[in-house]
Design a protein around this ligand. Structure first.
Ligand code: ACO
Length: 427
């Protein structure tokens, strides 16, 4: 096999090296393409473009495989905790007991935010979407913690990472508590990271609160499943913002905005709204499937389809099972789960969805679990962000440590060619 690819243009042949990953995926290294040929590539949506080399996540969309640092998502969901997975993603190895204890205690120690942040939160209307608020508060963290990160210093890098891991769940829970009119609270040092997520969100001032095992296990699983997914829209945003040497908090704040959209993380909210509409409409799914297939109708079956999975999203399989278990354990009978299952069954046997290889994605069932946990619909995407945080941090860290150049794509210009200026009076 050749270790280069030939391109013929204007009767000249150019060679470009082939690069190969550890799982044998191959790519053409076109770094010298424009210098050699004067050409650039055109690839809207970056459907065929590898923006980096990464050792964090392996994803095979054709076979439905997802691994973090080599460990299968199934194993991690079954045997590990979110905080262990966060350590694994960020630092590359599963932590031993001492490393994990240290990581946890450093996070707990930093689990406080400046009181003045409360004033910023207060100035948002209660109707503001929590994702907008979360993105703003994350960006505001920079003002309260202005020290810049020397990326060549492990200590500096670790400090910024711990700070964000510690403060982010506080901000996420505060966005929820504000809408609910609940006093803003802090983590309880005797609880684990995931227990604290539940504690900070649900604790009421006049009641003790101990999250049930079912709640902690469900949140743990959901956060692990959302923790990382290689070069998706929000992660690419984090990397490209960070590539200008903007700091970690600024980069993550941009990632939150990217995640907000209904074609990305916002799909979990959109799925539940769609299922509720179907329920209000009598529960029949045929009309919605027909709308999804109608090219003159902008409606899409939310929670279906994926840029890379052309097979079952392995996360959707785990979440579907978890939804059954959680609802069962909590004694909840949610008719929306039955509507979702019916919709999935019909879509999977419909030629439109079969031909296009459209399967349920991670967001199809996650909202049903969040609903069972009492999390309001517009907090679903902030929960996703909470899970994705270690993924964003690990990708930002990798990008900076690899000293990647600033991200700056090119374009094919299709506007007017040179025009002479027309003075205002003559227009
Ligand atoms: N419902 C109906 N048709 C769909 C759907 C859907 N959910 N998804 C894709 N299609 C169709 C498209 O109309 C297109 O049909 P065509 O070939 O006849 O034109 C074909 O399938 C390919 O779709 P694209 O939009 O080209 O695929 P792309 O990779 O660009 O988009 C995406 C992927 C955005 C996820 C898309 O499938 C979608 O909009 N899904 C619904 C939103 C969603 O669930 N997003 C969450 C993704 S997971 C995540 O981000 C965490």
């Amino acid at each position: 096999m050749n270790d280069f690819v030939k391109l013929t243009y204007n009767e000249k042949t150019f060679e470009f090296p082939l690069i190969e990953g550890t799982e044998n995926e191959k790519g053409i290294d076109i770094k010298s393409l424009r210098a050699k040929t004067g050409l650039i590539t055109y690839d809207p949506g970056f459907k065929n473009t590898g923006s980096c080399q990464s050792s964090i996540t392996f994803l095979n969309g054709e076979e439905g495989v997802l691994r973090y640092r080599g460990y299968s998502i199934e194993d991690l969901c079954d045997k590990s905790s979110f905080i262990e997975v966060a350590f694994l993603l960020i630092f590359g190895e599963l932590p031993n007991k001492k490393e994990l204890d240290l990581f946890n205690s450093e996070i707990l120690n930093d689990s406080i935010v400046d009181e003045d942040l409360k004033m910023i939160l207060k100035s948002f209307p209660k109707s503001a979407h929590p994702m907008g608020v979360l993105s703003s508060l994350t960006s505001a963290l920079i003002a309260f913690n202005p020290s810049s990160v020397d990326i060549d210093s492990d200590a500096d890098m670790r400090e910024a990472i711990i700070m964000l891991m510690a403060k982010f769940p506080i901000l996420a829970s505060w966005t929820h508590r504000k809408v609910k009119g609940l006093p803003l609270n802090y983590a309880n040092t005797s609880l684990s990271y995931v227990e604290n997520v539940a504690h900070m969100m649900f604790k009421r001032p006049h009641q003790d609160y101990t999250p049930s095992k079912a709640v902690v296990s469900a949140i743990n699983k959901l956060l692990i499943l959302h923790a990382e997914h290689e070069q998706n829209c929000s992660t690419s945003t984090v990397r490209i913002v960070g590539s200008s040497h903007a700091g970690l908090f600024a980069s993550v704040s941009a990632g939150i905005s990217a995640l907000w959209g209904p074609l990305h993380g916002g799909a979990n909210q959109a799925v539940i709204e769609m299922l509720e509409d179907i329920q209000k409409d009598g529960g029949g799914t045929k009309k919605y499937l027909a709308k999804a297939k109608d090219k003159n109708d902008p409606f899409r079956l939310m929670g279906f389809g994926h840029r890379v999975y052309k097979n079952f999203d392995p996360r959707a399989r785990i979440i579907k099972k978890a939804a059954d278990e959680v609802l069962d354990e909590m004694g909840i009978n949610d008719p929306i789960l039955e509507i979702a299952k019916g919709l999935e069954k019909e879509a999977l046997s419909d030629p439109y969805f079969i031909e296009r290889k459209l399967y349920p994605n991670v967001d199809f069932y996650s909202g049903i679990i969040y609903r069972a946990l009492g999390i309001p619909t517009d907090m679903f995407t902030p929960m996703f962000a909470l899970g994705r945080l270690p993924g964003w941090i690990s990708q930002w860290r990798e990008m900076r440590l690899r000293k990647e150049p600033i991200g700056r794509p090119r374009q094919i210009y299709i506007g007017e060619t040179h025009r002479n200026f027309i003075p205002l009076k003559k227009r």
